[in-house]
Write a protein that binds this ligand. Structure first.
Ligand code: SAM
Length: 179
């Protein structure tokens, strides 16, 4: 009996490790989870910029939204697609360098969770400029980044050709609404 239990445990451990890619950045970010919890709509079109293995994309799609995840890492996108297909989630993975990426269409939410700081300042300014053009009026651009970068992102958005309201600014977070 003990032997059967041990082999079941070993089987579970092995298959879990094979099918569930580890999330390199750990568990979900509470303020981002709270944002989506408070949205009273489903079926939003969401772009997760620098999505990695899908730490955010997966829970957002589980909430009933359609997610496009873009990342330069083919391995990250592969892990994301494995997880999405296992749960039949509406997630499209795109392997692309943000320096040249052009989003396809408009989004209700564009999330950039700890990705802009990885780009050199001129590139991240250009990337943010492109992304700001792809948020539908009345919808959201969410940024989590180094606290020291947040003011610069806020100033860029407020000076952008489209009109933005800095809806929520906290240490390391900036939620902008296009008006
Ligand atoms: C710190 S991780 C954040 C991942 C994810 N947003 C999260 O919060 O779990 C930064 C991500 O940005 C991606 N990245 C870095 N430079 C990039 C670039 N030039 N183009 C596209 N993705 C890039 C990395 O591959 C990585 O997945």
């Amino acid at each position: 009996m003990i032997a059967i239990r041990l082999s079941l445990l070993a089987w579970f451990t092995i298959t879990t490790n094979l099918t569930v890619p580890p999330q390199a950045l750990g568990s979900k970010t509470t303020v981002i989870v709270n944002f989506f919890d408070q949205m009273d709509q489903q079926n939003l079109r969401v772009l997760d910029v620098g999505c990695g293995q899908g730490r955010d994309a997966i829970f957002i799609a589980r909430d009933g939204h359609r997610v496009v995840g873009v990342d330069i890492s083919a391995n990250g996108i592969r892990d994301l697609e494995v997880a999405a297909s296992r749960e039949k989630l509406d997630i499209q993975g795109v392997v692309s360098d943000l320096a040249t990426y052009q989003p396809d269409g408009m989004f209700d939410v564009i999330l950039i969770d700890r990705t802009l700081y990885m780009l050199v300042p001129p590139v991240r300014r250009a990337v943010l400029g492109v992304l700001l053009d792809h948020v539908t009026i009345g919808r959201w651009q969410l940024i989590a980044d180094e606290t020291s970068n947040i003011k610069e992102f806020e100033a860029q958005a407020l000076a952008h050709q489209a009109r933005w309201d800095a809806g929520w600014v906290r240490r390391g977070y900036l939620y902008l609404r296009r008006i």
